[in-house]
Write a protein that binds this ligand. Structure first.
Ligand SMILES: Cc1cc2nc3c(=O)[nH]c(=O)nc-3n(C[C@H](O)[C@H](O)[C@H](O)COP(=O)(O)O)c2cc1C
Length: 229
């Protein structure tokens, strides 16, 4: 069973309502064995205090790019080198846009430019923001550069709407990091022949299944089941 033991995860928190879930995410990453350091955008600090992340991570939280005290010790380049993975959760639409443009106008975007670590984003925003062509273009651009996007999930949103845009739950994010690869887009073929359900030690109920049927995941858009030739 893979764990995150020995991995250095830099968690970036940006200004979205899902930032409150990121404190739980820190705990779950640590439970999985990771060392976690947190960098927050200015926007994120309006949703959750740095003190919360300091308490759960056990490390000082970094906020400013131009911080002379930090440069003397764990500066932005050192942080960028330290991380095996930079996980940004939640990743706001604004952050994704800045990252897609290669901007380095705060500590988190600068770190993302200055690192060779795997970049992983957990987008979280209102469903219309997520569907917006600008956000979709940014997401495609980032994927094309090897950035891994986890989610967003679907469901009820903080704004009261329902749709795609929810940040994946902390447990789902940790599981995705441990598995290394998402299953989304992977085709899984499941086949099954006849089944036998015992009635008693002598008799059973069965069916005439030939075993030539296959269901696909993800299911095809039209027709849930396809017969193999
Ligand atoms: C109450 C409130 C909730 C917000 N939630 C989100 C959100 O979930 N996702 C998002 O992309 N932006 C959200 N925003 C907008 C961001 O906070 C805004 O774009 C900000 O500039 C993000 O800054 P950052 O990306 O530097 O952290 C929200 C704004 C407010 C006022």
């Amino acid at each position: 069973m893979p764990t995150l033991l020995g991995s250095n995860i830099l968690l970036g928190v940006t200004g979205g309502i899902a930032a409150y879930k990121s404190a739980d995410l820190v705990r779950r990453l640590k439970d999985a064995g990771a060392e976690v350091r947190v960098v927050m955008t200015e926007g994120a600090t309006r949703f959750v205090t740095p003190l919360t992340f300091q308490a759960v991570s056990g490390n000082p939280v970094r906020l400013d790019l131009l911080d002379p005290a930090a440069e003397a010790g764990m500066g932005h380049i050192e942080l960028a080198r330290w991380a095996d993975t930079i996980l940004v959760a939640p990743a706001s639409a604004n952050f994704m846009a800045r990252l897609a443009q290669g901007m380095a106008d705060d500590l988190l975007t600068t770190l993302c430019l200055a690192t060779e670590a795997q970049l992983v984003l957990a987008p979280a925003m209102n469903r219309i923001m997520w569907r917006n062509p600008a956000t979709q273009a940014n997401a495609d651009l980032l994927r094309g550069r090897g950035v891994r996007l986890l989610g967003p999930g679907e469901g009820e949103q903080a704004c009261g709407e329902v749709g795609a845009g929810r940040m994946l739950e902390p447990t789902e994010l940790v599981a995705a990091l441990m598995s290394g690869e998402e299953l989304a887009g992977v085709e899984v073929l499941i086949t099954a022949g006849p089944t036998r359900e015992p009635i008693d030690p002598v008799r059973y109920i069965t069916n005439r299944s030939s075993g030539k049927w296959a269901s696909r995941w993800p299911p095809p858009r039209k027709g849930p089941v396809r017969a193999l030739p």
